[in-house]
Design a protein around this ligand. Structure first.
Ligand SMILES: Nc1ncnc2c1ncn2[C@@H]1O[C@H](COP(=O)(O)OP(=O)(O)O)[C@@H](O)[C@H]1O
Ligand SMILES: O=C(O)[C@@H](O)C(=O)COP(=O)(O)O
Length: 423
């Protein structure tokens, strides 16, 4: 099928989040891990390419996003979506702005919107300021993120240094007045030469207005939620035909593994809940692993009953993260953990594990790459923005849930396995 919307996600959990929300429509969604080396063949109406560029140097991020855009264009896409985190995670250099600006230039777009709001998960934007629940972004636990600490809540201030064009705002008062008011405000900003427009949204109804007002832009950017209304809008236009629905799947063996490299407040609570429900667990210390390698963790795993869904985690409190980073450097601390969790995933698969839950976007990227996964089919949602995904790894069918650090309720890991058991 010709691809109607080509999506590029800056990390793997972000990609499954977006794919899951688009799949709520019932239309076909495919998720590719990285830009496929072969030209498009069997494609879906919605194609999502998962990259791992959130913290990459800008020139690499831009090059990968461009390659993804070319592949999606070859699949037939004429409209594109650039998906980044609902907490606008980026380094001071980017990559949200540089990628958006490059895609705009390539597509001949003179204006795009930036809307990371995700009301179901408590992300809202008011007067250009991003909130996580009731807290401004910079006062939320995101201020302590190991790789992208967010210390400003104002999206205009965060975006302006990342782009060469000027940044403007369509505020909530305008969005509340509806589709035509948003279009008129965007038109006024365009006449003033404003290319990059933050758009406020505090509820799903706002996102419906924004999606409708902006659906003809060659490029939209945001979190997953602003893309959610698009399938229904395209169907109404007649550019999207047929229905997909989820294929029935044979039950997979129960052998499971939970891997957590996220240090977010929500993941910390989820790891604690999994351990307190009696699951076997191993904590990884970055400094020890950097010195001694993954051998001890691999031996521990080899002794576990995988039917009990053991967990291996590096998840730690902010002070412990800072201590590890002081000893090893930020990048190396992250890399040793990602490499160890990835090696454990492969070892578990080779011992028969077929169900994996991975917490953390960077962590999910490392694990998925090590498992050699290139395409994921989207299954049931466990929590808003976290679907089960099905794919092949080492010749076997496996189920993967890639959980954004911040998503899911406290019992997420139990919820995930229970969801696979539902008829
Ligand atoms: N104890 C720790 N000390 C330092 N870095 C850590 C620790 N545990 C995990 N990390 C690293 O922190 C990063 C967390 O990012 P990510 O996996 O994207 O999680 P999130 O989804 O919460 O952003 C990863 O690179 C991970 O390897
Ligand atoms: O938009 C979101 O919040 C998520 O889809 C996302 O991007 C998750 O990133 P991580 O928190 O790094 O998992």
């Amino acid at each position: 099928m010709t691809t109607v919307l080509g999506c590029i996600a800056d990390d793997f959990t972000g990609a499954t989040d977006l794919a899951g929300l688009l799949a709520r429509s019932g239309f076909g969604v495919s998720l590719r891990i990285g830009v496929p080396p072969q030209p498009p063949g069997d494609t879906s109406a919605f194609e999502v390419i998962a990259l791992k560029i959130r913290t990459a140097p800008s020139d690499r991020a831009v090059a990968e996003a461009r390659a993804a855009r070319s592949w999606l264009e070859a699949a037939g896409a004429r409209r594109f979506f650039w998906k980044y985190c609902s907490t606008f995670d980026s380094t001071p250099e980017g990559n949200i702005g540089p990628v958006a600006e490059t895609l705009m230039a390539d597509l001949g777009a003179t204006q795009t919107i930036y809307c990371p709001a995700f009301p179901e998960n408590g992300r809202s934007i008011f007067m250009g300021n991003l909130f996580v629940g009731r807290q401004p972004l910079a006062e939320s636990p995101m201020k302590d993120h190991p790789l992208t600490p967010m210390r400003d809540s104002n999206l205009m201030r965060l975006l302006q240094p990342q782009v060469t064009g000027s940044v403007g705002l369509v505020d909530r008062l305008t969005v509340a007045r509806g589709v035509e008011a948003v279009r008129a405000a965007l038109g006024r900003l365009a006449a003033e030469g404003v290319a990059h427009v933050i758009v406020d949204a505090v509820a799903d109804a706002d996102l419906a207005v924004i999606a409708e007002a902006c659906r003809d832009m060659p490029l939209l950017t945001g979190g997953s939620a602003v893309a959610m209304p698009l399938p229904a809008l395209y169907a109404r236009e007649g550019v999207l035909l047929g229905e997909a629905g989820q294929p029935a799947r044979a039950a997979l063996p129960k052998a499971s593994l939970v891997l957590s490299g996220s240090c977010s407040a929500m993941t910390r609570a989820q790891v604690a809940a999994h351990l307190s429900s009696g699951r076997p667990g191993l904590r990884l210390d970055p400094v020890t692993v950097a010195d001694a390698g993954p051998g001890a963790a691999l031996s521990w795993l080899a002794a576990q009953d995988l039917n009990r869904a053991p967990i291996v985690y590096a998840t730690a409190e902010p002070d412990d993260v800072q201590a590890a980073q002081a000893a090893l450097g930020v990048a190396r601390a992250g890399e040793v953990i990602e490499a160890t969790l990835a090696a454990l995933a492969v070892a578990a698969r080779d011992r028969g594990a077929r169900r994996f839950v991975v917490a953390g976007g960077e962590t999910s990227g490392a694990v998925t790459k090590a498992l050699g996964v290139d395409r994921l089919d989207i299954g049931r949602e466990i929590a808003p923005g976290v679907p089960w995904c099905f794919c092949r790894s080492g010749g076997e069918e496996i189920a993967l849930a890639l959980k954004s650090g911040n998503f899911g309720a406290e019992r997420f890991f139990e919820d995930a396995f229970a969801k696979l058991e539902q008829p």
